[in-house]
Design a protein around this ligand. Structure first.
Ligand code: SAH
Length: 241
């Protein structure tokens, strides 16, 4: 699943993360194995998407077919990064992409920045703020080629959080379980209103009995209306539906 050359850096992340997790409640996965599979390998599943795998320093195949587009991915935002997933494993794997983690909880952001320092990751940083706020600021609005998000909210809420950050033509990648028919149905209005079209559902499998999960890939087709995102708390309290 992963390039063996990455393994020492990823093992270092595992050690550093488990240390931080003892001090702060960053993740329910507390053992090495849980954290390796549930956080690190799960984050790296995004590298199975051709538009990201071709950015690897040693791409698995010369020119992957299908799933093209999002050319020249340079800036990626991980929304609701929490303890740094999928931000940190992806920043290790893709050194030519600049990563920004965003979370509204300062102590989590501080922990992620400490890990970035210990791991000496020059292509990553983490900032504190609410998606509804930063999505309106010039420095962040429509500046990112890709926005990722794992375990933050339902699709309709997440698209309102994520789409303000994405350049037109850019993508949103969401980590989800395989049984989300209702959630996807409930996101129809949000997808139309925010010009985020579901272009790919990538099912992947984690080792052991962790089972199947999926990545949802959305493409944003045009600039976002100034109406969005709505005020802090509104996207979650009153989702587009
Ligand atoms: N992505 C991580 C953390 C998931 S927990 C993982 O998969 O392990 C969800 C995180 O999203 C929390 O840390 C929470 O603080 C953050 N979050 C939720 N709503 C947010 C918002 N509107 N803006 C910024 N961060 C938010």
């Amino acid at each position: 699943m992963t390039d063996p050359a990455l393994e020492p850096r990823l093992r270092q992340l595992l050690t550093v993360f488990l240390e931080e997790n003892k001090k702060l409640n960053l993740s329910a996965f507390r053992t090495e194995e849980q954290c390796w599979i549930g956080n690190i390998l799960d984050s790296l599943a995004a590298l199975e998407l051709p538009f990201l795998s071709r950015l690897l320093p040693h791409p698995p195949s010369p020119s992957p077919n299908g799933g093209g587009g999002a050319e020249g991915v340079r800036e990626l935002l991980d929304l609701g990064t929490g303890g740094g997933f999928p931000l940190l494993p992806l920043a290790i794997a893709l050194p030519d992409v600049r990563f920004t983690g965003l979370d509204s909880v300062q102590k989590k952001v501080d922990a992620v920045n400490r890990m970035i320092g210990t791991l000496a990751l020059p292509n990553a940083r983490c900032v504190c703020g609410r998606a509804e706020e930063l999505g309106r600021s010039d420095a962040y609005r429509e500046r990112f080629d890709v926005v990722t998000s794992r375990a933050v909210s339902d699709v309709n809420v997440l698209l309102e959080y994520a789409s303000p950050f994405v350049k037109p033509g850019g993508r949103v990648v969401l980590w989800k379980s395989v049984t989300i028919d209702q959630e996807l149905h409930d996101s129809l209005l949000a997808r139309a209103e925010l010009s985020c079209h579901l272009i790919h559902q990538h099912v992947y499998e984690l080792p052991g009995d962790w089972g199947k999960r999926q990545l949802l890939v959305f493409e944003k087709s045009s600039p976002l209306s100034g109406k969005y995102p709505r005020d802090i708390g509104v996207p979650k309290k009153d989702p587009l539906k």
